[in-house]
Design a protein around this ligand. Structure first.
Ligand code: YYY
Ligand code: MG
Length: 146
């Protein structure tokens, strides 16, 4: 795992609203490289680890209902400064505060339906990639996340 890799997920509302392609295109256009991609139904257990700092928050039950309301498209992206840059591209947690041009600012209105996940730190990115993916050597020259 390296600080050049970060997880980005399209949440169930983004999948249901058919935004997977547009979201992938934003990161490809910026110059990042897709190194992992899968669709899955997130479990309560996976989410309680992913959002371990939030399990006691009053909004947590609604967050789990939302995140399990349909499939998630989980990805790993690679590139220079990808953790910080992708987080900027996604925008603030609350779409009401997200500038136009960010994924959340362009595609969402409410914090409970903010379309996409991005990690907020290199340590968080590493922890989340290990939680959601396995890394495999796809050839002598590159590794992919599955
Ligand atoms: O990293 P990010 O997704 O931007 O925000 P977090 O503070 O990690 O919260 C995770 C997730 O929880 C957020 O994307 C939506 C939801 N949430 C909420 O529903 N209501 C809040 N007041 C805060 C967060
Ligand atoms: Mg977060």
């Amino acid at each position: 795992l390296s600080s050049k890799d970060t997880p980005i997920s399209v949440k169930p509302d983004g999948v249901q609203r058919r935004y997977v392609g547009q979201i992938i295109q934003r990161f490809e256009k910026r110059g990042f490289k897709l190194v992992g991609l899968k669709m899955l139904q997130a479990s309560d257990g996976l989410l309680s680890q992913h959002y371990r700092e939030l399990v006691k928050k009053p909004f947590y039950p609604n967050l789990v209902d939302y995140m399990t309301s349909g499939p998630v498209v989980a990805m790993v992206w690679e590139g220079l400064n990808v953790v910080q840059s992708s987080r900027r591209m996604v925008g603030p947690t609350n779409p009401a505060e997200a500038p136009a041009g960010t994924v959340r600012g362009d595609l969402s209105l409410h914090v409970s339906r903010n379309v996409v996940h991005a990690s907020d730190s290199v340590e968080g990115a590493e922890r989340e990639i290990k939680l959601w993916f396995e890394v495999v050597e796809a050839s002598a020259f590159f590794w992919i996340y599955v």
